[in-house]
Design a protein around this ligand. Structure first.
Ligand SMILES: *[C@@H]1O[C@H](CO)[C@@H](O)[C@H](O)[C@H]1NC(C)=O
Ligand SMILES: *[C@@H]1O[C@H](CO)[C@@H](O)[C@H](O)[C@H]1NC(C)=O
Ligand SMILES: *[C@@H]1O[C@H](CO)[C@@H](O)[C@H](O)[C@H]1NC(C)=O
Length: 341
C-alpha cells in the first residue's frame, strides 16, 4: 500500500528560466527532471518553439520596458499577443502572461498604465480566442503597495477574468531586511519551538515559516480591499547559494535546505494558516545559474564546458529527480550567456 500523500491538485513547484541558455538543453533538462511548470522572464522564441508538444505549462513575460508601450496602445498589445503567444499556442502550453515584474514598486511611473496594459493584453487574447487558456496578471513584490487605487483596479480585473494574484515571495529578502527580527530557521522552514513561532498580530495565527506568512499577507491585503477568492500564485521564491562576503547566509547548504523544504511544503498541499484549503503553485528562482556571474547567484543548474555537464552542485539538488545520463546541450555551439545585468 502506498501511504505517500498525493500532492493536492493545483499544488506544484515550477522554475523561473532566464535567458542565455540553449533552448534544446533547457527542454532536455525539464524532461529529465520532470519539471512541468516554467516561468520565462521574457518570451524567448527559441524556447517557446522547443517547448511545443511537451505539455509543460508556460508563463511568458512582458518585460518592464515594454509595459508603457502596451499600456498606451491596444495595437501594441495585439501585436505582442500575436508574436509571442498566438504563434506558439496551443502547441506550446502557454497559460499566463506575466506583465512586467514588480512594476508598482520598481517602475512606479508605469503604474498609471499597468491596468491598461493587462486589459489591452486580455482584449487581444479574447480577439485571438485564447482567453480561456491564457490568463493575464502581474507579479508583485512583498513591499507595501504604494497605490491602493491601482491595486483595486487590478484586483477587479483578476476577479473578472478568473486570473491569479502573482506574488514574488522571498523569505531570503524578508530575513535580511528583518535585520535579526526573524530567526534563520523561520525563513528556511526548519521546525521552530512553539514559543519561537511568529504570531501575526492581526489574526493571531501563528507561523512556523515565513513563506506561509508572506502568502497570507497577500490574502490579508486583498481582503482589506474587500477582495476574496482571488488565488495567489508565487511567481518567485528561492535562496541564493552565493552572495559574496556581505551575505554570509547565501550558502549552498541554506539554498539546498530552502528549496528542498519549499518543495516538500508546497507538495504536501497543507495550505496556509489563514487559508488551509488554498493550493499553492510556486516557481523557484531560478533554474540556471549564469556561469559568468561573480556575485549573487540563485540558479540551481550550471553548465560548464561544451556539454551541459552537471556541477557537483547539481548532483546535490536532492529534491529533484536524479538523472541517469546528461543530455548534450545541442549539436551547434551554444550562444554565450548575456552579460549579467
Ligand atoms: C496545458 O495546461 C493545462 C492547465 O494545466 C492543462 O489542463 C492542459 O491539459 C495542458 N495541455 C496540454 C496540451 O498538455
Ligand atoms: C469593504 O466593505 C465594507 C462593508 O461593505 C465597507 O464598509 C468598507 O468601506 C469597504 N472597504 C474598502 C477598502 O472598500
Ligand atoms: C476546507 O474544505 C473543507 C472540505 O471541502 C470544508 O469543509 C472547509 O469548510 C473548508 N475550510 C475553509 C476554511 O474554507
Amino acid at each position: 500500500m502506498n501511504h505517500r500523500r498525493q500532492p493536492r491538485a493545483g499544488s506544484f513547484v515550477g522554475f523561473n528560466i532566464g535567458g542565455g541558455f540553449s533552448a534544446a538543453a533547457a527542454v532536455s533538462l525539464l524532461k529529465v527532471q520532470g519539471i512541468r511548470h516554467v516561468r520565462l522572464s521574457d518570451a524567448d522564441h527559441r524556447l517557446l518553439s522547443a517547448l511545443a508538444g511537451t505539455g509543460v505549462e508556460v508563463i511568458v513575460g512582458v518585460q518592464n520596458d515594454e509595459v508603457l508601450r502596451i499600456g498606451q496602445s491596444p495595437a501594441a498589445a495585439a501585436e505582442w499577443v500575436k508574436t509571442n503567444v498566438a504563434t506558439f499556442a496551443p502547441a506550446t502550453n502557454i497559460t499566463f502572461i506575466a506583465v512586467g515584474d514588480e512594476v508598482l514598486t520598481s517602475i512606479p511611473n508605469a503604474a498609471d498604465v499597468l491596468v491598461a496594459a493587462v486589459e489591452h493584453l486580455h482584449s487581444a487574447l479574447v480577439a485571438a480566442d485564447l482567453n480561456l487558456q491564457v490568463k493575464v496578471s502581474t507579479p508583485h513584490s512583498m513591499a507595501v503597495i504604494p497605490r491602493p487605487s491601482v491595486m483595486v483596479e487590478l484586483l477587479q480585473f483578476l476577479q473578472k477574468t478568473g486570473s491569479f494574484f502573482m506574488l514574488n515571495a522571498q523569505p531570503y529578502h524578508g530575513y535580511i531586511e528583518g535585520g535579526g527580527i526573524f530567526p534563520l530557521d523561520y525563513a528556511l522552514f526548519k521546525p521552530l519551538l512553539p514559543s519561537k513561532q511568529i504570531v501575526d498580530p492581526n489574526t493571531l495565527s501563528s507561523y512556523g515559516n515565513m513563506f506561509d506568512a508572506m502568502i497570507d499577507a497577500a490574502f490579508f491585503s486583498m481582503e482589506a480591499l474587500n477582495f476574496s477568492g482571488v488565488p495567489v500564485l508565487v511567481t518567485e521564491t528561492g535562496w541564493p547559494w552565493r552572495g559574496g562576503a556581505a551575505a554570509p547566509d547565501a550558502t549552498i547548504g541554506n539554498a539546498l535546505l530552502y528549496n528542498g523544504n519549499l518543495h516538500r511544503h508546497v507538495l504536501a498541499g497543507a495550505g496556509t494558516p489563514a487559508r488551509p484549503n488554498a493550493t499553492v503553485g510556486a516557481y523557484i528562482y531560478e533554474l540556471f545559474a549564469e556561469p559568468a556571474a561573480e556575485e549573487e547567484s540563485w540558479g540551481l543548474f550550471f553548465r560548464t564546458g561544451r556539454r551541459c555537464t552537471p556541477s557537483t552542485w547539481e548532483l546535490r539538488v536532492r529534491f529533484l529527480r536524479t538523472r541517469r545520463s546528461w543530455p548534450a546541450c545541442s549539436a551547434s555551439p551554444t550562444p554565450a550567456p548575456p552579460p549579467a545585468s
